[in-house]
Design a protein around this ligand. Structure first.
Ligand code: C2E
Ligand code: MG
Ligand code: MG
Length: 628
């Protein structure tokens, strides 16, 4: 705004003067110049009016009665409400000292009386402008101060936020590290579960195989591998139940660990099978000793619930695994060593020797050749004559399988039947034997007119429920076409009967219902007690060769055979003695009233041609045909 030429309607000028003439002149002058004008004639009046109005400038006379201009100025400057109003003194006193006093009280200027109108207006406008600038400056300052305060508080807020952020980051880091630790723990638990057997807490097969692979690839030391299997563990489960079986496995694991201590790795591979890797010692007898110690330790009775249980373990040992690069080959050999140990009897160990290794390889070869042999018709049957010890008549044959192997020549059943049993091939072989024997008997019957009392015995070694069911569900009318059921006998080993389930026994009974006779083969070598004999649905009992052999060497064989024959006779069973080789044995057996016999004394197993020739000698002439 232009304060000289413009209007001043907004500006209020307060004139305080006790001189009415001055008041009037100034009032008129200021009014005309566009100011709003307020007047007072003394200090008291002025203070009163200033309660309600705040002028933009005060023209203040110095010399006034009661309250002088200086005094009034002093009070105005002391009051917060009026302190910032510019005060211009009107005075006739123009000495410097006077002016300085006025200025020190806070006045902004002096106008000397008598005043020039133009000077009054100019000074008023100047001080209004100054006052306005001052206020603007003040506001600016205020704003600046506010900005500073704002900035400071923003900075404080920022620091606070920063702190909060840092806290959050630290909390999050903490949470994260806890989560990572938890995850690591969970992972470790998962890893543990994946690598350990739940029952015994030993490393499991997966872990063992992984370690074994690593050792075979990287280890700079040699190790001994022991492959351990409990003997007849199935029986323990069957007799005492699975809970006791499980507890026993836990205790077995503990005992094995107590022998091995921190040395070596022991794993449960499943079932009753354990594998042990032990740092290799130099001499052979050390790991033999270790195997024996493990066997001895397990032989000590276990007390479980209220049972006292003893177990035996068989151990197959690979003394040094250094020569193996492939775990499959190593495990195959270990398995074979275990197989050897099992064949030595209960609670034995076997160490794989180069010779056993050759057998192992041959075993594998036979395993692979077996099914091909079936397809290529490489099997044939030999027939061992069976005679009545009472009438001396030829009463039948036992059909015994042979394998005409393209490279190995004629193989006896002990070379391939156990392998076929393990691989599941045996059922196929047995059914082939059954069919071939029935076909052969039919031809002989046609040729020689042999009657229903003549029989062919066929060995059947699959005694799983499934294989027995298959046997029972055969189309028997086809097998027995033109034959009487009595012409056929099926031989199942004593252990086969012993292991057959209740359902399996029922299946066997169904065969008996068809009038097919069942024979307990190799009696005396299995596990059954004589008291169980009556529960087997068999009509014939074959005394094992090992007992017959002991008859003539005075090894107590006589008493055993006598007990067996007495019991079998009491049960109304027929008895066949196997493996009669000497006249002495025959005499013993005849005295014991044993009904039938077979053995080298009479004849070795014969080829079809030889057996046919034998038959042609004996039939059709009847009662007068005797063994040589
Ligand atoms: P096994 O059923 O006890 O058959 C008797 C075995 O004793 C036959 O051996 C026979 O040759 C032999 N033997 C007979 N008399 C004498 C003797 O006076 N002295 C001696 N030292 N041995 C004698 P082979 O033919 O080697 O058969 C062995 C076993 O193989 C058989 O024992 C039988 O368990 C099994 N087997 C034979 N053929 C078959 C078959 O077709 N299926 C099944 N599953 N097993 C069969
Ligand atoms: Mg037999
Ligand atoms: Mg036998």
């Amino acid at each position: 705004m232009n304060y000289i030429n413009g209007t001043h309607q907004e500006n209020i000028i307060f004139v305080v003067d006790d001189n009415p003439v001055n008041l009037k002149v100034l009032f008129t002058l200021l009014k005309e110049s566009g100011f709003k004008v307020l007047v007072a004639t003394n200090g008291t009046d002025a203070l009163q009016k200033l309660q309600n109005v705040k002028p933009h400038l005060i023209l203040l006379d110095v010399s006034m009665p009661n309250i002088s201009g200086f005094e009034l100025c002093k009070r105005l400057k002391a009051s917060e409400k009026t302190a910032d109003i510019p005060v211009v003194f009107l005075t006739a006193l123009s000495d410097l000292e006077h002016k300085l006093e006025g200025l020190s009280l806070g006045a902004v200027d002096f106008i000397c009386k008598p005043f020039q109108k133009q000077e009054v207006l100019s000074r008023i406008c100047l001080h209004l402008k100054l006052s306005q600038l001052q206020q603007a400056l003040h506001q600016q300052n205020q704003k600046l101060r506010n900005a500073v305060v704002e900035k400071e508080s923003a900075e404080a807020e920022l620091v606070k936020l920063n702190n909060q952020l840092e806290q959050k980051v630290s909390d999050r880091t903490q949470e994260l590290s806890e989560a990572v630790t938890q995850l690591a723990t969970q992972q470790a638990q998962l890893d543990y579960k994946a690598n350990h057997d739940v029952l015994t807490e030993l490393p499991n097969r997966a872990f063992f195989m992984e370690r074994l692979q690593k050792i075979l690839k990287q280890s700079d030391r040699d190790w001994t591998l022991l492959w351990l299997d409990l003997d007849n563990f199935k029986k323990i489960n069957d007799s005492f139940g699975h809970i006791v079986g499980d507890r026993l496995l836990q205790r077995v694991a503990q005992r094995l660990q107590s022998v091995l201590g921190e040395e070596g790795i022991i794993a449960r591979l499943g079932g009753d099978e354990f594998a042990i890797l032990h740092p290799h010692e130099e001499s052979n007898c050390d790991f033999g000793e270790l195997a024996q110690t493990l066997i001895n330790k397990l032989q000590r009775p276990f007390t479980l619930q209220h049972y006292i249980i003893t177990v035996n373990a068989s151990i197959g040992t690979i003394a040094s695994i250094a020569n193996y690069s492939d775990s499959t080959e190593l495990l195959r050999d270990a398995d074979f060593a275990l197989y050897q140990a099992k064949s030595l009897g209960k609670g034995q160990y076997a160490i794989l020797t180069p010779q056993l290794k050759i057998q192992s390889l041959e075993r594998i070869q036979i395993e692979t050749d077996l099914s091909r042999g079936m397809d290529r018709n490489e099997f044939c049957l030999h027939y061992q004559p069976i005679f009545s010890l009472k009438t001396k008549n030829l009463v039948g044959f036992e059909a015994l399988i042979r394998w005409q192997h393209p490279k190995k020549g004629l193989l006896m059943p002990n070379r391939f039947i156990p392998i076929a049993e393990e691989t599941g091939m045996v059922e196929k072989l047995d059914l082939w034997t059954l069919k071939t024997a029935c076909d052969r008997l039919r031809l002989w019957k046609q040729e020689f007119g042999i009657d229903d009392t003549f029989s062919v015995s066929v060995n059947y070694s699959s005694v799983t429920l499934q294989s027995l069911e298959r046997l029972a569900s055969l189309d028997w009318s086809e097998y027995l076409q033109d034959l009487a059921p009595e012409n056929l006998k099926i031989e199942i080993t004593e252990s086969g009967f012993w292991e057959a389930s209740v359902a399996g026994m029922d299946v066997l009974k169904s065969l008996v219902d068809r009038r097919i006779k069942l024979c307990i083969d190799d009696f005396g070598t299995g596990f059954s007690s004589l008291s169980r004999l009556h529960s087997f649905p068999a009509q014939i009992l074959k005394i094992d060769r090992s007992f017959v052999k002991r008859l003539d060497v005075g090894m107590g064989g006589l008493a055993v055979v006598q007990t067996i024959t007495n019991l079998a006779q009491d049960l109304g069973m027929d008895i066949i003695a196997e493996g009669i080789e000497t006249q002495e044995q025959l005499t013993f057996l005849e005295n014991l009233m044993c009904n039938f016999g077979q053995g080298y004394l009479f004849s070795k197993p014969l080829s079809v041609t030889e057996a046919t020739h034998l038959l042609s000698n004996y039939f059709p002439a009847e009662q007068n045909l005797h063994y040589a």
